[in-house]
Design a protein around this ligand. Sequence first.
Ligand code: N01
Length: 499
Amino acid sequence: MAYDAGKPVEAKQVLIIGSGFAGLGMAIKLREAGIEDFQILERGSDVGGTWRDNHYPGCACDVQSHLYSFSFEPNPDWTRMFARQPEIRAYLEKCATKYDLRRHIVFGANVQNARYDETAAMWTVTTEDGRSFKGSVLVSGMGGLSNPAMPNVKGLEKFKGKAFHSAHWDHSYDLTGKKVAVIGTGASAIQFVPQLQKVAGRVDLYQRTAPWIMPKPDREIGQIERVLYRKFPALQNAYRTAIYWMLESRVLGFAVNPKLMTMVEGIARGHIRKQIKDPVLRAKVTPDYTIGCKRILISNDYYPALAQDNVEVITDNIAEVRANSIVDGNGVERKVDAIIYGTGFKAQDPMPRGTVFGKGGVDLLDAWKNGPEAYLGLSVAGFPNFFMLVGPNTGLGHNSMVFMIESQVAYVMDALKTMKAKKLRAVDVKPDAQVTFNKGIQGQLSKTVWTSGCKSWYVDANGKNTTLWPGFTFVYRGKTRRFKAGQYQLETAAAAAAA
Ligand code: N01
């Protein structure tokens, strides 16, 4: 969408930040409801969010694509059970085109801050390049994992070779024959290390904590199967439903009875035994915490890659990075041409201080002194007309985030409907509703495998889990089906006019 700097800012009914699954899903439902008065602010130059930004070799989804897609927009053309990044990105681009969303998107709009004006009941969003946008309702579709985290390692800035984060993969740098250090062994690293191993001269893989890895039930989806899905959408839908329930059943182990994880751990141990023969390497890659405490990963090619001669798994901490080498905790120095950070994202700090200001100019981070929290993961007291998609405690370790996003979008849609019907100009969740909701969440979380004693990005420095939904996703769907007007302070347009 063209932006005319000379034009006065026109207030929209809804401003959306981000055009990944969340932002696009929100926009599609707005258009379906006949609401055209909205704008999407996107920092990149195209849609896709995390699936546009992450394009490292081997990048793929670890949730089956029949389920990791919008329920209202099935894709019979998925070529694999677990689609790879280019296909998922293309799917999102196709959604943007099909639902004619691009004319609502302002690309290159990197949000610097958003401020709520109580007098006007209006959000003003300012972008890094000084532009302003206004909207009565602000929907954040920024995602929980969009800002890369860098490791805190001595001497990092002294490194003279090539260095990049997996979320900013530099494809122009030829890794062929190079000595490459990889820091981190999370979901991203286990996908790119097998690709890297094939071309690099040597890979030094710095592992701080071994991840639990299960076999990946991936396969190609052949032409005939795809034709069948196209001809009989009910077939694909039935498959989607079956996958949903299969994944949902995993909550029983994660959150209901963590003892059930012992069986899962057995499968993961078998996976190591089958794919790695060297007992020393086996010992290095075998985790020492309950499976599920950190995100369970899936891969068929990671362990075989580690077993190759040009890969070394280093479990000693990194003591120091020098101009052309890395020194480990044992004092061993290894020369490297490049460092790739597979060190994940700032999941605990979804946004920096100075980004969102609510009533009275309060910074969201000051409202979150005890860590991020929101009512239903969507609304924060003191931040009227602000809805967070993929907000606090709505992440998943067991099922498709797209399911959660669709639940949240439905809630926001019902909020807009309610606001219109009751002629409300502002809705602000009541502080006690937020407190009660979060007490319940934290109570449930305390009994789950995620608090069984490991260190993960699910929990903050104080051991509080601010990222995951503690149970069944259908329970969340039920809670978000209707906007809970009774839990909000409602400000009518008439009362505001009379004041
Ligand atoms: O990041 P991570 P990621 N020294 O946080 C290590 C999603 N995702 O980018 O475990 C040494 O999982 C850190 O070590 P430790 C998915 O939700 C989805 O891989 O903290 N190591 C860990 O090994 C996923 O969970 C898909 O001890 C350091 C690694 O870096 C999330 O994104 C695909 C270190 C970070 O792992 C993040 O995944 C990919 C240090 N100083 C990602 N600091 C799908 O398929 C950190 N580490 C949908």
